[in-house]
Ligand binder design. Structure first.
Ligand code: ASP
Length: 335
């Protein structure tokens, strides 16, 4: 079989950091209908190959010796845990090779925070792993993809970015996977890191970190063997407490799970609670029944990230990622 990985030649390549760029799709690889090229309206995500993205970023080949591979080309709304596992496997293999510096992953913005946090759980802090995205498709006026990719390659090749966990680079900011989330559906500066703010900045004057990442704690999942991406992920669903939340949805899920008609069965529920994590009395009664049936129930605030405890700083979708990965890797190791 032909090796799908290709290399981009660069002048003085021997002196440059060796960076792997993995393409997965997203708006950064998006193409609009010809009549809308300038605005990008009505574009389709995940069309251009990663080689074309690199070719559209002038000077990028002078930043690093680039190797690249197209893992998939999707709209990230359709991402799944199999992709997280595939990416984690690629990065672990890349890191095991001598002389490699870092890794960039081009990704859709919609679920970037889920993939970034999944990788943060599955990888030792080690050499830089940087996700990047774009809010405008590749050929739109002022497209942000080429600059974001250029910046991401610079960060991935910089030893100062090592040991900080998985990073996200967009709009001149460097975010920690744990903190970052997409905050706006269309603005170029769609990503933010809540009250903690970004870890640093990348721009004309280079890479500058302005704070340490408090979340670089031991990662119990990072040392475990990865299951094959084909292994069915445990079912972890999100439900929301709101006015009139009577819990019938949860009762139906649990009943189907117990009856064996829901496959895979329900492993856990992440519940977006009101305020700091309160739950409507109707839903609370259903959650008690779910817990009695062996379903793990984790309530998180719907007003923002968790504060304190095991999930400190994580929003609801990231708590879901963590519960899913913990269950998947436990099932894999037979614990
Ligand atoms: N729907 C796109 C995606 O997540 C949005 C983007 O990349 O900005 O793939």
């Amino acid at each position: 079989m032909q090796d799908p990985r290709c290399e981009l030649p660069a002048a003085g390549a021997g002196l440059l950091p060796h960076v792997l760029v993995l393409g997965t799709g997203g708006t950064i690889a998006g193409v609009a209908p010809p009549a809308n090229t300038a605005t990008g309206a009505g574009y389709t995500a995940g069309v251009l190959g990663v080689e074309q993205l690199l070719a559209s970023a002038p000077g990028i080949a002078q930043q690093a010796r680039l190797e690249f591979e197209q893992l998939c080309n999707i709209d990230s709304k359709d991402a799944n845990p199999a992709l997280w596992l595939q990416l984690a496997r690629e990065v672990r293999a890349w890191r095991a090779r001598a002389g490699t510096a870092g890794c960039v992953i081009t990704h859709g913005s919609d679920t970037l925070e889920e993939t970034a946090y999944a990788l943060d759980c599955l990888l030792e802090p080690g050499s830089p792993v940087v996700l990047t995205a774009a809010m405008l498709p590749a050929a739109a006026l002022s497209a942000d993809g080429p600059r974001n990719l250029f910046d991401a390659v610079r960060v991935a090749g910089d030893p100062a970015a090592a040991g900080r966990g998985v990073l996200c680079v967009a709009h001149g900011r460097v975010h920690a996977a744990r903190d970052v989330s997409k905050q706006h559906p269309a603005r170029i500066d769609a990503f933010a890191s809540g009250e903690r703010g970004p870890l640093g900045f990348i721009g004309a004057s280079g890479l500058r970190f302005t704070r340490e990442q408090p979340g670089v704690e031991p990662r119990p999942l990072a040392g475990l063997a990865l299951p094959s991406p084909e292994m069915a992920a445990p079912r972890v669903e999100l439900v929301c407490s709101h006015a009139g939340a009577d819990g019938e949805l949860v009762r139906a899920l649990v009943a189907a799970s117990v009856a064996g008609t829901l496959r895979p069965p329900l492993h856990a529920l992440v519940v977006l609670g009101t305020g700091g994590g309160t739950v409507h009395e109707g839903l609370a009664a259903a959650l008690d029944q779910a817990a009695e049936a062996g379903v793990r129930v984790q309530v998180v605030p719907r007003t923002g990230p968790c504060e304190g405890g095991d999930f400190d700083g994580l929003n609801a979708v990231k708590v879901r990622v963590r519960l899913l990965l913990e269950a998947l890797l436990e099932a894999r190791s037979g614990a």
